[in-house]
Design a protein around this ligand. Sequence first.
Ligand code: ZN
Length: 112
Amino acid sequence: MSRGPLEAPERDLSPLPYDIRNLFDAATRHYATKVVCKRCGWTVIFDPHALWWFCKCRGVDMALRGLAGRFRCTVCGQRGPKLSLVRANRSNSSLPMPDYREWKRAVSRYRN
Ligand SMILES: [Zn+2]
């Protein structure tokens, strides 16, 4: 794999990119999480910051490995959708964005 993250509009999560292990990594690299139901094809693209915030508020493990098992389709109820990383500006979910200061605090903790 010689292509950089910005050259690839979409990356499948199997195998996982070595440099993006969790939702925080995805958010700092401006990747949204695309969720596609394997049964009915329902597709939602989550803004990475919003999904990070959603998981942080609920104490959900943010590791990308195993994350699919935590999703359940809102249309047909199927669990374990296909996850992939896409450009963040394509998000279409209605999850609230994180508090700006909370996000900045998380980023500064990560860099120190
Ligand atoms: Zn479905």
